[in-house]
Ligand binder design. Structure first.
Ligand code: CMP
Length: 355
């Protein structure tokens, strides 16, 4: 089923609408805004809401098509974005009514690949994250206990119980340091120093686990995508599994829109391209079109000479680029493929008269 033309809201427009809506909500909490200005801002909120109604209609229509099923998060966000402001309008009185539009904070989550990525990283790293969180809990409780024992007689209003001392422990462990509770005794200050240093270590561990998780997940996704693209290039069928893994890691995917120039005649070239999808046009005296499975840009890469022709995308084209250092690796792991590329370069050189 095709998308409904009136409700096609792109991801960036979606974020823009949410930003306009939330800034309007924020502005409406300012007591100085009244009268005409208030009316204009409320009109703006109504317009954003109307756009979200159209988006909801589209989501519900699309739900009936097969490919859109299973988008539970999108549907939930779209329904909440429309329903919560309506419920507020019906049941809440006064200026708090517009506050409920803050539900639009959820809108950027809709269809966001980043949050899916974050979800996978958190799931994969759950054990390590739980481990570090447990250390955080142990240090937090230990710090509150020690602070209670050391400071309870000096400052009973602030450290008179473990729950009271817990606030100081959180503020110190997170190195926020509001300064509202400060240990007075020498032992208390030594404890504060130790807790702060533990806090830095714990946060560094969390950041390290998440950074490694993101890096590995992005690499895994690139690997899977490259693998699928490499499968579209028959030349690589000759590779053994080890060489195939190496080449999948070395190739960098790139999508070029129709009409864009990929390389220009006369430029230096340190990479060649394999076409996974789409077509390119080579501006030789007798122009040539190359399609899926073909490669180009090998002549400059092998000879070190400037590009022999300008190559542009005839359609949107999905390319895999291989840099010269990785071509050397390919030459040693699969000399037969490197030979095919070298032979093709020679044939093309013969077929391309020098300008
Ligand atoms: P390079 O010279 O690096 O950059 C332009 C590319 O166009 C070139 O490598 C070849 O891959 C490609 N090319 C040049 N001449 C021909 C041809 N006659 N037929 C097909 N491709 C060509």
């Amino acid at each position: 089923m095709s998308a409904l033309p009136f409700s096609k809201i792109s991801a960036s427009l979606n974020v823009l609408l949410a930003a306009i809506g939330l800034l309007t909500v924020a502005a409406l909490t300012t007591p100085d805004i009244a009268g005409q200005t208030r009316l204009v801002l409320e009109g703006l909120l109504a317009s954003v809401w109307a756009a979200y109604v159209l988006q909801l209609i589209e989501t519900l229509f699309m739900q009936r098509s097969r490919e859109a099923r299973g988008r539970a998060l999108e549907t939930t966000v779209d329904v909440l974005a429309v329903l919560v402001p309506v419920i507020a309008l019906l049941f809440v009185r006064g200026r708090d009514q517009s506050l409920y539009c803050a539900i639009w904070l959820l809108k950027p989550l809709r269809g966001s690949t980043f949050f899916q990525l974050l979800g996978r990283v958190l799931t994969k790293e759950a054990r390590n994250l739980i481990g570090v969180t447990s250390i955080f809990g142990i240090v937090l409780f230990g710090a509150a206990l020690a602070a209670y024992i050391i400071e309870r007689d000096v400052q009973p209003d602030k450290f008179g119980s473990i729950p009271l001392a817990m606030w100081w422990a959180v503020v110190t462990l997170s190195t926020t340091g509001y300064g509202d509770e400060i240990p007075q005794s020498f032992a208390g200050r030594v404890l504060a120093g130790l807790v702060m240093m533990s806090g830095i270590g714990i946060f560094a561990l969390w950041a390290g686990i998440l950074a490694t998780g993101f890096y590995e997940e992005v690499r895994r996704q690139d690997f899977v995508r490259n693998w699928q693209l490499v499968a579209a290039v028959p030349l690589f069928e000759k590779l053994g599994s080890t060489a195939l893994i190496e080449i999948v890691r070395a190739l960098r995917p790139r999508v070029v829109p129709a009409g864009a120039i990929i390389c220009r005649k006369g430029e230096t070239g340190d990479q060649m391209f394999f076409i996974a999808e789409g077509r390119v046009s080579v501006a030789t005296p007798n122009p040539v079109e190359l399609g899926p499975g073909s490669f180009f840009g090998e002549m400059a890469l092998i000879s070190g000479e400037p590009r022999s022709a300008t190559v542009s995308a005839a359609t949107e084209v999905s390319l895999l680029s291989l840099y010269s250092s990785d071509f050397q690796m390919l030459s040693s792991s699969s000399p037969e493929i490197a030979d095919i590329i070298r032979k093709t370069a020679l044939e093309r050189r013969g077929a391309t008269p020098k300008a």
